[in-house]
Design a protein around this ligand. Structure first.
Ligand code: ZN
Length: 163
């Protein structure tokens, strides 16, 4: 049975539940979008959940932000849709229609107790400002950009996938 994650914003206008086979909050993203919108400690933690199981209360209070990204000197609009509460500003989840079967809630918006990951992945480190000093554990992996392993593969290869 997948784990049901309950979450929501700080003010209570938006709450949601969603099922996850991959609930380890192990993936710390230091990109400037995650840092500015969801991670004042320098990073945001993205979870992987099943989009078809997402149930939302308070949809009217949700705003969607699509970041502008400079790539090869051109400005592109990210396909990633960052959903947030328009009343209190809480970052809720990222949905990208490129991978329509997944939704990525921010661990910070989840109220259900999450497991403590045995090791972590630090990604997008090249976008980290100097003041952020990552807390690298002895088994942690580091990536300047994206890791090779998907969240699903990471869980499966460590026996942490929840069927
Ligand atoms: Zn709110």
């Amino acid at each position: 049975m997948p784990l049901t994650l309950e979450g929501g914003c700080r003010c209570g206008a938006v709450s949601f539940s969603v099922e996850s086979h991959a609930p380890q909050p192990y993936q710390l993203c230091y990109c400037s979008i995650c840092r500015k919108t969801a991670g004042a400690g320098g990073f945001a933690i993205n979870l992987s959940t099943v989009a078809s199981t997402l149930k939302i209360k308070g949809k009217r209070s949700i705003g969607v932000y699509r970041a502008e990204i400079e790539r090869n000197g051109r400005c592109e609009i990210s396909s990633g849709e960052r959903n947030f509460c328009r009343k209190c500003g809480t970052a809720l989840w990222l949905y990208d229609p490129t991978w329509p079967e997944l939704v990525h809630p921010f661990a910070s918006a989840i109220d259900t107790p999450l497991p403590a990951p045995p090791e972590r992945v630090h990604l997008m480190l090249k976008f980290k400002p100097d003041w952020v000093e990552p807390d690298f554990g002895p088994r942690d992996a580091r990536f300047e950009e994206y890791p090779e392993e998907s969240i699903e593969d990471w869980h499966k290869s460590r026996g942490l996938w929840v069927d």
